[in-house]
Ligand binder design. Structure first.
Ligand code: FAD
Length: 296
């Protein structure tokens, strides 16, 4: 949260690296773990994730975005991984694909393998420095020593690291909100009328921070999360949008000029509407925007 308050882009890139590390650490493939984790920990190699096509992206497509075939020489990957942050700098991409029978695999694919092609970084509304690209996998032949999990049904539900909308994604939204509140406070030092705006936002932000920490720690005894990750993500998205827009409104036209913290924060808050956002959270946001009652 504190890192995201300082720089959302840097922190976002770190989450993608952490996501890769968590999935490798949670693998039952001992050879893979002992090969990659020490090198990752020492910062000798960089790994990132490209897993959205197994969770939130391209779910309406008839064909899987990445098809996998089993051959005597290893697994053959063919398709496009739509979103990979920091791909151009990555030594390994933790990604997956779907076999003909519907089972899925997750693997750490070395980016220097024949057939791996990193696309140019997408031009984005915000977080452009995250260098997020699509990655083509054209008949990439992968030795099974790089396998993290599978073949299994719904590999993302079986492997460690959490699915879309994990607590970490909400922590980043809260961090951005904290940054916006700090800048609102700077405005309020010269304009006392802003105090009544800041107080409820800060209270809500503190409560959400507590909820995230409690959920991460789990309920004593059972270890179950104190709040659902989905409910927290919905609250965090709403708070990030409101705090950054409150800052823009309070900063007036000066906040609309490129380079002001407010204009950047407003754009960055929009990221949470699309990044790793579970469908129920998207649906609830859309219903709110349309002015219709939430689903019961
Ligand atoms: C800046 C950025 C960085 C990201 N980094 C990563 C990363 O490092 N790793 C990673 O795994 N993921 C990453 N993601 C992916 C992210 O988590 C989401 O998966 C992604 O934003 C989902 O958007 P999509 O356009 O791929 O969704 P899609 O569902 O594929 O939607 C694309 C388009 O398809 C159409 N469509 C959508 N649903 C339907 C439907 N039901 N029926 C018909 N048409 C439909 C719409 O026209 C829509 O615009 C990143 C996303 C962003 C924006």
């Amino acid at each position: 949260m504190r890192l995201a308050a300082a720089c959302l882009t840097t922190t976002f890139v770190l989450t993608q690296r952490n996501g890769a590390c968590q999935r490798i650490a949670g693998s039952s493939n001992e050879v893979l773990r002992s090969d990659l984790l020490p090198r990752l920990a020492r910062g000798e190699i960089f790994a990132t994730v490209g897993i959205s096509h197994l969770t939130t992206s391209r779910q309406h497509w008839r064909q899987p975005a990445v098809k996998v075939g089993q051959t005597p020489a290893g697994l053959r990957f063919d398709g496009e991984v739509p979103w990979v942050t920091g791909a151009a700098c990555a030594d390994f991409i933790v990604t997956g694909g779907t076999l003909g029978d519907g089972r899925q695999v997750l693997a750490a694919i070395p980016t220097n393998l024949a057939g791996v092609r990193v696309g140019p970084p997408a031009k984005l509304l915000a977080l452009g420095a995250s260098q997020t690209s699509s990655v083509r996998l054209d008949d990439v032949l992968l030795d099974e020593r790089w396998l993290i999990a599978g073949p299994v049904e719904q590999v993302m539900k079986q492997s460690a690291g959490g699915g879309a909308g994990s607590l970490a994604t909400s922590a980043l939204a809260v961090g951005l909100s904290q940054g916006a509140i700090v800048h609102l406070q700077i405005e309020a030092e010269r304009r006392s009328d802003l105090q009544e705006i800041i107080v409820p936002l800060r209270t809500e932000c503190d409560e959400l921070q507590t909820a995230i920490i409690q959920s991460a720690e789990g309920t004593p005894g059972t270890g179950a999360p104190a709040h659902s990750a989905e409910a927290i993500r919905g609250r965090a998205n709403s708070l990030a949008l409101r705090t950054t827009q409150a800052l823009l409104a309070a900063s007036k036209g000066a906040g609309f000029v490129v380079g002001h913290f407010a204009e950047r924060a407003v754009r960055e808050a929009l990221f949470f509407l699309v990044w790793s956002c579970p469908q129920p959270v998207v649906d609830a946001a859309l219903r709110e925007m349309a002015g219709i009652a939430p689903c019961s």
